[in-house]
Design a protein around this ligand. Sequence first.
Ligand SMILES: Cc1cc2nc3c(=O)[nH]c(=O)nc-3n(C[C@H](O)[C@H](O)[C@H](O)COP(=O)(O)O)c2cc1C
Length: 185
Amino acid sequence: MASQHSTAVIVGSLRKGSFSLKIAKALTRLAPPSLQFDVITLGGLSFYNQDLEATPPADWVSFRERVKKADAVLFVTPEYNRSVPGVLKNAIDVGSRPYGQSVFDGKPGGVISNSPGAIGGFGANHHLRQSLVFLNVPVLQQPEAYVGGIGDAFDENDELVKASLREFLEAYIKAFAAWVVQQTR
Ligand SMILES: Cc1cc2nc3c(=O)[nH]c(=O)nc-3n(C[C@H](O)[C@H](O)[C@H](O)COP(=O)(O)O)c2cc1C
């Protein structure tokens, strides 16, 4: 049997109808059985404040534990003003501290940005990669995932109905699974 790997899927949008969340959920259905997903949404994650480290808020502790126990980390995010939404940057900051105890350290990663627009969140994708270099998260390079035109990809039951995107995400998650195997052996 292929080895099993858990992946923390971190969603960069709080919106109930978030396309990023829909993509994250679709991936759980498209992924090979060797990957298990823990989809993490960021509502309720307190703002990072170093003064709180003496007694960290319970939501920080829980977030850090969920990421720490995963073998890999996959970010699915929209782009806000050509960068990463504040909630996602906050989650990265929370997970990265206390200094020397980052829960991201050494975990293989992936970045999927998306947008109803044509550019597919390229700016967010690469700003996120900048942080991931510092956090020592080796990120899958190819295929790159800048998912544009997300607005018509799902039906009213949140089913992924855009065949081209389904094919792409299937290929992406297969490559990601292979990347995780390669990076964790
Ligand atoms: C504050 C804000 C900034 C945005 N900036 C961008 C942007 O820079 N590029 C882009 O393609 N879309 C931008 N959008 C549109 C988002 O891509 C769109 O709202 C998307 O549906 C949000 O992702 P979600 O569906 O996962 O919540 C922005 C939306 C908001 C609310």
